[in-house]
Design a protein around this ligand. Structure first.
Ligand SMILES: NC(=O)c1ccc[n+]([C@@H]2O[C@H](COP(=O)([O-])OP(=O)(O)OC[C@H]3O[C@@H](n4cnc5c(N)ncnc54)[C@H](O)[C@@H]3O)[C@@H](O)[C@H]2O)c1
Ligand SMILES: O=c1ccn([C@@H]2O[C@H](COP(=O)(O)OP(=O)(O)O[C@H]3O[C@H](CO)[C@@H](O)[C@H](O)[C@H]3O)[C@@H](O)[C@H]2O)c(=O)[nH]1
Length: 439
């Protein structure tokens, strides 16, 4: 099928390449000429395992191209909207400017193909009610489907081609809904043939599935981080607690890793936008718990700062501190709302001589935060450090030998912000080990 993808960031670029790899003809459109040039040259503009290979294969097949010229979407049967919906400056609400701009730019190029209406598919994460408003804006020019995306960074390719489920939010008009559903089924045929569950609903339900899922995940993390706080008060071990409660199938083991908390371009801004939307709808009370989820999460960052200040005996200015990790999670170079970067920034703000190292996010960090001391190796980061903070659980950090790391430091204190190191072996090597809710 002929497809266009508007917005080629983490979501759109991976979606475009994967759809072409599945055999569709895809044009990816982005307003950022640098990004388009990189993608067209087969260079991933971000770190995402497996993406470079899919991108290269899709480009070589001749089925994938990238452009800044939105008129090139004419001829596509299906147009995916995958632009950003970041948090507005000074408010919790989502900024829908990019989504509205994308629709505005598409409108002149939408036309029926072989008598079938054009189909616009919203993939961006939006406040409930957005799809209905956009459908009105599209009028007769296209049928709108809301098809939220659930991919995780670090697993984006795998999650795109083998999702847990597909959700379609369809228009009320049954004929339009059937046409749009069939068109989207054509795009996802290989997944549907493998038995991927496909759930259809109205627009509002489909939009809510996405933010409900992210709210649940964020709540799970803040729940275990609240338990970590309780463990800190009682001397109990949150990693044991998580394992023990996780044996109950109703609770499950996933998303119960206590530490410095959640970050990234999704969970933090999505729960805030959800709260903002609830307020607009007069339903703020239904989501007050998310306020607590957010504040537990942010508290963990300050807690790590406090632990570090304590380790430095309150004498922070000028003290070298090694920060291992900058990305919001391993296997990504995304530093959007990253807890690691936030902690590093707060410590730098207190005057610490922060040296931060990340296997993937170094170049991004040098561009975005030239004020921070970004280094290339763990050795450089820990040289002369009075405290070592592990804040992103990259395998190369988890596997560090405490004896080797210890040779470079000024003081052997490690703060394990992800509870991934083995306290016994670090202590045996002469380190003061500080976990988060873990003695
Ligand atoms: N990143 C993820 O893992 C993920 C997963 C699921 C859903 N989402 C949602 O998907 C959306 C996109 O997220 P992202 O992380 O890919 O964002 P991003 O910021 O990485 O990418 C957005 C891209 O859209 C481009 N853009 C902006 N306005 C445009 C326009 N009018 N026309 C064409 N291109 C335009 C930008 O230049 C940028 O390249 C968000 O709503 C996000 O919440 C993201
Ligand atoms: O037990 C856990 C699990 C995760 N995290 C943190 O939570 C954040 C988010 O992790 P994850 O959800 O794996 O990454 P994302 O790529 O942001 O994916 C989330 O956000 C996407 C965008 O909406 C959704 O599509 C995904 O389904 C949803 O998992 C990261 O900072 C993790 O370090 C924890 O602290 N403890």
């Amino acid at each position: 099928m002929n497809i266009s993808v508007i917005g080629c960031g983490y979501l759109g670029a991976v979606h475009a390449a994967c759809m072409a790899d599945l055999g569709h003809d895809v044009v990816g459109v982005d307003v950022d000429p640098g990004r388009v040039a990189q993608l067209a040259a087969g260079e991933p503009p971000f770190h995402e395992p497996g993406f470079a290979e899919v991108l290269r294969r899709a480009l070589d097949s001749g089925r994938l191209s990238f452009t800044t010229d939105v008129s090139r979407v004419a001829g596509a049967e299906i147009h995916f909207v995958a632009v950003g919906t970041p948090q507005q400056q000074g408010s919790y609400a989502a900024d829908l400017t990019y989504v509205d701009d994308a629709v505005t730019s598409l409108l002149p190029h939408l036309a029926p193909i072989d008598g079938r209406p054009a189909v616009v598919v919203g993939k961006s994460t939006v406040p409930v009610g957005t799809a209905e408003r956009l459908a009105e804006r599209l009028g007769d020019a296209a049928v709108l489907v809301w098809n939220p995306e659930f991919l995780r960074e670090g697993f984006a390719v795998q999650d795109t081609v083998a999702p847990d489920r597909l959700v379609y939010g369809l228009p009320v008009d049954e004929t339009a809904a059937a046409a749009a559903r069939d068109a989207l089924d054509g795009v996802y045929a290989s997944m549907l043939e493998r038995g991927t569950p496909r759930l259809t609903a109205d627009y509002a339900s489909a939009e809510l599935v996405k933010v409900a899922a992210n709210s649940f995940l964020a709540t799970k993390i803040s729940f275990i981080n609240a338990m970590a706080e309780m463990c800190e008060f009682t001397g109990a071990d949150v990693t044991f607690l998580a394992e023990a409660i996780g044996h109950d199938d109703r609770i499950g083991k996933k998303f119960l890793r206590a530490g410095v908390g959640f970050g990234g371009g999704c969970l933090p801004k999505d729960i805030r936008a959800f709260m903002a939307r609830a307020g607009e709808l007069g339903a703020a009370q239904s989501l007050t718990f998310l306020r607590e989820v957010d504040s537990i999460n942010l508290r963990r960052r300050q807690h790590v700062v406090n632990l570090t200040v304590h380790a430095l005996q309150g004498r922070v200015p000028g003290k070298p501190v090694a920060v291992l990790g900058a990305a919001f999670k391993p296997h990504s170079d995304d530093v959007r709302d990253s807890p690691a970067l936030d902690v590093a920034s707060r410590l730098a703000g207190l005057g610490a001589d922060v040296r931060i190292v990340d296997p993937a996010a170094g170049p991004v960090l040098r561009r975005l935060r030239p004020d921070l001391g970004v280094v290339d190796t763990v050795e450089e980061a820990v040289a002369g450090a009075h405290a070592v903070l592990l804040l992103t659980e990259w395998p190369e950090f988890v596997g560090l030998d405490p004896a080797v790391v210890g040779t470079g430091v000024a003081a052997r204190t490690v703060i394990d912000g992800r509870n991934v190191l083995d306290p016994a072996s670090w202590r045996a090597a002469g380190w003061t080990y500080v976990g988060l809710g873990r003695p």
